[in-house]
Write a protein that binds this ligand. Structure first.
Ligand code: CTP
Length: 421
């Protein structure tokens, strides 16, 4: 066991005790990045690698990145009873990567090493992040084990799709460390696992900001980063939903477990949303859709010498959210479709943020409106957000400033409430 000098790097009192279990898969190297992110977030992380994981990434790497001793076996420092102590004191256990073997052991309560012992003694939320070859993920044995773990309250992510260890591609990649760290933040905030209450539901989520071209190189755009929409997709998938994520100009990699449709303009977003909504249980319009577009788009780059300095002519874009409400009323979308809008408001001389939000909910006719205050560096591109969730039935839920995954979860609570009533 490596014992770095703990006095040089005191753990702050606000630090949460996180166990990072690492099973033996090639994706163990990505867990080092996840570890760095958890430590940067201020958490006190104890890494518990399996013997197989240590074949991929050695103990010094885990010790150096965690600033903590690395727990490798039940018989090391037996006087501390590590097979019980580590799990008992944990506030969150994240297993990344979780191999098919590790999921099988966890599902059956086996305890033949320190990580599986820790999983049996932990009473905190547990997040399994599977990574394996597609065939192993799709095998009925793995599917049954995942279902068992979810039924018991553990959160088991869907793997991401893409390039696997060899030349093959498919479902089985470890989701991005950033995405895992953001979910970990939500679980720590809740102190509970995520419910699987969106299982069997299809959610359409729009994210990002549309761009309306002026010519082949210039556009009118906005400052939406797409983070809130991507977090909604991450949390919805973790709660069991089938997610179609319509992403307008978002740089971040696709969240695991979502089908991503990349669009750029409001018109493209509108077409993709209308199509996807036909088979959806809910549409969450988190995207910042441009209200106007340049009336004429130049076929080639507008030269300074040719440019007309007079104002650019704009045409109004359709309001996608309002259209969804009208299509539902006309019977062209499912009658039970839940429609959620977002309103970024600044407040002005006439009314405050919430008054504008209530008026917008009535104007747009959607079921739920998530109102957040923007401006002064709030919301856009930041990892945290605060909002009031307005339901058309008059109820209002305030979500105080916190990670965007926390707001995402609260918005999904509002969707579930509507779906089940
Ligand atoms: N929205 C949309 N289509 C548009 C503009 C907005 O579907 N052309 C959706 C957004 O995705 C969001 C909601 O409408 O869910 C609110 O957007 P916002 O821009 O705040 O509403 P506007 O009606 O444009 O109101 P404002 O006059 O305040 O800009």
């Amino acid at each position: 066991m490596t014992r770095p000098d703990s006095t040089s790097d005191p753990v702050p009192a606000s630090a949460r005790r996180v166990v990072l279990g690492v099973a033996g898969g090639i994706a163990a190297y990505k867990a080092a990045d996840l570890l760095r992110k958890l430590v940067e977030a201020g958490h006190d992380v104890t890494v518990v690698p399996t013997a197989a994981a240590l074949q991929f990434v050695g103990e010094p790497t885990w010790a150096a990145l965690s600033h903590n001793p690395v727990a490798t076996g039940v018989f090391e420092h037996a006087e501390d009873v590590p097979h019980v102590a580590i799990g008992r004191r944990a506030e969150l256990v994240v297993v990344a990567p979780a191999t098919a073997d590790l999921l099988a052991k966890a599902a059956h309560g086996l305890a033949d090493d320190l990580l599986t012992n820790t999983l049996l003694t932990a009473r905190c939320p547990v997040l399994f992040v599977p990574a394996m070859h597609t065939e192993m993920w799709q095998h009925p044995a793995t599917a049954d084990n995942v279902a068992t773990l979810r039924r018991r309250g553990a959160t088991v992510l869907e793997p991401a799709s893409g390039r696997l260890t060899g030349a093959d591609t498919g479902k089985g990649r470890l989701p991005e460390p950033e995405e895992i760290a953001r979910l970990a933040q939500l679980l720590l905030h809740r102190g509970l696992g995520l419910p699987s209450d969106l299982t069997g539901r299809h959610l359409v989520i729009t994210a990002g900001g549309t761009r309306e071209p002026l010519d082949p190189v210039r556009f009118l755009g906005n400052r939406s980063s797409g983070r809130q929409g991507f977090d909604l997709a991450t949390v919805a998938a973790a709660r069991g939903a089938q997610v179609t994520l319509i992403a307008a100009n978002v740089e971040a990699p696709a969240p695991a477990g979502s089908d991503v449709i990349r669009v750029s303009t409001a018109e493209q977003l509108r077409a993709a949303t209308h199509t996807a909504a036909k088979s959806a249980d809910a549409v969450v319009m988190a995207a910042a859709v441009a209200d106007f577009r340049p009336t004429a788009v130049a076929a080639s780059k507008i030269k300074k010498s040719e440019a007309d300095p007079s104002p650019v002519q704009l045409s109004r874009n359709p309001d996608v959210l309002s259209e969804l409400v009208s299509l539902r009323a006309a019977g062209e979308l499912p009658a039970q479709l839940v429609i959620v809008g977002f309103a970024a408001e600044t407040g002005d001389a006439e009314a405050d943020v919430l008054t504008h939000g209530r008026a917008k909910l009535a104007r747009k006719g959607c079921d739920v409106l998530v109102v957040n205050a923007v401006g002064d560096g709030r919301a856009f591109g930041r990892p945290d957000n605060a909002a009031v969730i307005l339901d058309a039935d008059g109820s209002e839920t305030e979500v105080s400033l916190g990670p965007k995954t926390v707001l995402a979860s609260a918005v999904l609570d509002a969707v579930v409430y509507r779906l089940n009533r």
